[in-house]
Ligand binder design. Structure first.
Ligand SMILES: [Ca+2]
Ligand SMILES: [Ca+2]
Ligand SMILES: [Ca+2]
Length: 67
């Protein structure tokens, strides 16, 4: 390979606005509001707020994937 165009060129990234994350915990605020009703700072991606063994991030993902 001599040139990236031989394999399709550079990747292009989607444009748009990133998900809002007002409390800076790396979880989409709308997801937090949907799952917990607020974006309380005690929820964060590595915490297990309700002690069920799944992190808050996992619970957010499970909610949206229906698991
Ligand atoms: Ca957030
Ligand atoms: Ca939060
Ligand atoms: Ca949990």
């Amino acid at each position: 390979m001599k040139n990236e165009t031989e394999v399709g060129g550079h990747l292009t990234y989607a444009t748009g606005t990133p998900y809002a994350d007002a409390d800076g915990d790396n979880m989409w605020d709308l997801a937090e509001i949907t799952v917990w009703g607020n974006i309380t700072p005690t929820n964060n991606s590595f915490a297990d707020e309700n002690g069920d063994g799944y992190t808050d991030m996992e619970e957010t993902i499970f909610y949206f994937t229906g698991k």
